[in-house]
Design a binder for this molecule. Structure first.
Ligand SMILES: *Cc1c(COP(=O)(O)O)cnc(C)c1O
Length: 411
């Protein structure tokens, strides 16, 4: 496995810690100057197995949520063999990491060159589209291929999602019939896909979307072979405890069973967040305290983009030994760059005596956290450490009652 790492030039500084309890990440002793990424392969494996075993169809991983090759291998090893890729670079990454994986190119606006490379070089046969223009591009880019699965992306409501995906993509239901009929002429298999928005808090989002799909199928009177319900499956964050994922799966299954689709139609999903949110957390150092503001060494240009720009709340815990017995108070964070936008309002509850030199673990950064890092202003990333303790929150395991206690052990 380490050969792989160096071949790709990635994760070169990964340190393996087989057991936190046995070997520890001696943060107190090592005093890492840069943010340390903790990865939990067992948590990603558990999420993958959950979807593989319980989702009533095929689960493809939406790579953009976290494109780490190590993570891709964990998901593959646990039964995820299809990957939702949205750029040619993601297709190349998946194929170079997992040569036998099947990539589906699910960005509805692609370059013709990307379509051609995906089809002819990487064997991609599934593409999404939301316009006649894109359909023409796919036909040209694949030289009129007759072995395509084409998924028409429909616009649906994002009302139950914490992060809307309702405006940018998707054919309007009123115009869907024409596009479905035209796509049917070209496609070997015709699909309909949608995205109800990320971190969707109610299964109703999917049943409502399926009603729009039903109306479109009836209006177009076409045979549909694939229903792809997209991503949006929720993870757990402070103040956001979603209903059990099984409830989402049951609702989707029921809605799918009642759709007027071909007898052999397949049901697909494209979970991103739900498969990787629990995979990573980041340990940051406090460089300065000013009242209730902590200046930390990661921020909006690092893993905390969503915390800065949409006020996302991540769980936090002070890593100090002996454990602080001060009562929690609410802090906000400043990131390391010189930009005023590099501010995370939180609030992030930490012991009131948290101060310069302390280390804080920020949890649930596996999805849209670690993946968003930039090197802006010279602030990058430090080491990656593999750990086998529980993530700070989980939708797959009973929350670890002693989460804080168990994390103190590793100091
Ligand atoms: C981002 C995205 C996903 C993953 O969404 P999550 O909310 O992370 O599950 C799936 N499909 C498409 C087309 C996307 O753009």
């Amino acid at each position: 496995m380490h050969k792989h790492h160096s071949a790709l030039g990635l994760a070169a500084r990964t340190t393996a810690v087989s057991s936190v309890l046995e070997r520890g990440i001696d943060i107190a002793k090592r005093k890492p100057v840069e943010p340390v990424t903790l990865v939990r392969p067992h948590a990603a494996a558990r999420a993958a197995r959950f979807f593989v075993e319980r989702f009533p169809g095929r689960s493809m991983y939406a790579v953009k949520a976290n494109p780490s090759p190590d993570l891709l291998r964990v998901l593959w090893d646990n039964g995820i063999t299809f990957y939702d890729t949205a750029s040619i670079a993601e297709v190349r990454l998946v194929k170079s990491t997992l040569p036998e994986a099947t990539c589906c190119f699910m960005h509805p606006v692609k370059s013709e060159e990307a379509i051609a490379e995906a089809y002819f070089v990487h064997g991609v046969r599934t593409f999404s589209l939301d316009s006649m223009e894109e359909l023409a591009k796919i036909v040209r880019g694949t030289d009129g291929a007759t072995d395509l699965t084409l998924c028409v992306r429909m616009r649906v409501s994002s009302e139950f999602a914490k992060l809307s995906l309702g405006s940018k993509f998707g054919v309007d239901p009123a115009e869907a019939a024409e596009l479905l009929m035209a796509t049917r002429q070209v496609a070997d298999a015709l699909g309909i896909c949608f995205h109800v928005g990320s971190q969707t808090m109610s299964p109703d989002a999917y049943s409502n979307a399926m009603e729009r799909v039903r109306a479109a199928i009836v209006a177009a009177a076409v045979t549909v072979d694939v229903i792809d319900v997209g991503g949006g499956f929720p993870s757990a964050y402070p103040g956001m405890t979603p209903p059990p994922l099984e409830r989402f799966f049951e609702t989707i299954h029921r809605a799918f069973e009642s759709l007027p689709v071909s007898y052999s139609a397949e049901l697909w999903a494209e979970p991103g967040r739900a498969l990787c949110a629990e995979y990573s957390s980041v340990v940051v150092r406090v460089e300065r305290r000013r009242g209730d503001e902590l200046f930390i060494n990661d921020g909006a240009y690092g893993t905390l983009f969503d915390a800065a720009h949409i006020g996302w709340k991540y769980p936090v815990q002070l890593l100090r030994k002996p454990e602080s017995d001060a009562r929690d108070m609410d802090f906000s964070f400043w990131g390391p760059t010189c930009d005023d936008l590099d501010y995370m309002k939180g609030p992030f509850p930490l012991p009131a005596d948290t101060n310069t030199g302390d280390y804080v673990e920020i949890g649930m950064l596996g999805a849209y956290g670690v993946a968003m890092r930039t090197g802006f202003n010279g602030f990058g990333t430090g080491e990656t450490v593999v750990t086998d303790d529980e993530p700070m929150l989980s939708v797959y395991a009973a929350p670890a009652v002693a989460a804080r206690a168990s994390n103190v052990v590793k100091l």
